[in-house]
Design a protein around this ligand. Structure first.
Ligand SMILES: C[S@@+](CC[C@H](N)C(=O)[O-])C[C@H]1O[C@@H](n2cnc3c(N)ncnc32)[C@H](O)[C@@H]1O
Length: 244
């Protein structure tokens, strides 16, 4: 563990700071998620997977898999998939592995690693997912290039995350919840108010939905777009690796 104080963004090593923070909240991360979204995150995950539409028996990579929510959703939808989850936070991965033991469908693989330097060969996966994490990485472009690299031509990437609602009144209301209630309730349920104060602030400097779509295109994804959910406060971005 580093001694970086939670709640401030260190200049030097954001990656270590984020890893340390998730290590602290790992034990109660799943419960906090369900409470903070009133269970809606499960529905959003299903929408994201519907957009991925991986081929039967295909290889799918879930980036920043955390405790494995998207991994297990993928396997519930299609147990023939070979799903790999990657995350750099060992305590989150331990929970994912413990959950995998209790699942009836599929046998996912979990890898400890950094999504900014994926430990996989080019053109390995038929599809890739990422949930509530792109805001937390040091370099969004670097991750997008890495995902594009490890996808096979025609493979799709789907990214589910909090976003910035285009309607100003709705955005203001959502911000009140996200920046005010989330740290309070997250602190009580998740065990660290400081960590749940950092998580909303990670949205502040994150690109808005149209800008993120542009970045998908710049990273080489074709047919990129996004599906706004909850009035645009949540967005599922998608893009396909070109075949030429
Ligand atoms: C908010 S959690 C999301 C977990 C999961 N995807 C979900 O939908 O619940 C963010 C996860 O991203 C991981 N993470 C952040 N930056 C990372 C990086 N550069 N490489 C690997 N994992 C990273 C954290 O360790 C944490 O588990």
């Amino acid at each position: 563990m580093t001694s970086t104080p939670i709640g401030t963004r260190p200049d030097g090593d954001k990656g270590a700071f984020v890893r340390d923070m998730f290590a602290r909240i790992a034990p109660r991360y799943d419960t906090a998620n369900r409470v903070l979204t009133a269970g809606m995150d499960e529905r959003w995950r299903r929408r994201a997977i519907a957009l991925l539409a991986p081929p039967r028996g295909g290889r799918v990579l879930d980036l920043c898999c955390g405790t494995g929510d998207l991994v297990f959703h993928l396997l519930r939808v299609d147990p023939t998939l070979a799903v790999t989850g990657i995350d750099f936070c060992a305590p989150m991965l331990e929970r994912a592995k413990a959950r995998a033991g209790a699942q009836l469908r599929g046998a996912p693989t979990f890898v400890e690693g950094d999504v900014m330097a994926l430990p996989f060969d080019d053109a390995t996966f038929d599809g890739a997912t990422m949930g509530f994490s792109l805001r937390n990485v040091v370099d969004v472009e670097c991750v997008l290039r890495e995902v594009e690299r490890v996808l096979k031509p025609g493979g799709r990437f789907v990214n589910l995350d909090v976003s910035k609602a285009p309607n100003k009144i709705w955005k203001r209301m959502f911000d009140l919840y996200f920046y005010g209630i989330v740290p309070l309730v997250g602190g009580m349920v998740g065990g660290s108010r400081q960590a749940y104060a950092y998580l909303p602030s990670s949205l502040t400097h994150h690109p808005n939905a149209p800008d993120l779509r542009e970045r998908f295109a710049r990273a080489g994804f074709v047919e990129s777009g996004y599906l706004p959910l909850l009035g645009g406060a949540i967005a599922v971005h998608y893009g396909t690796k070109g075949t030429s």
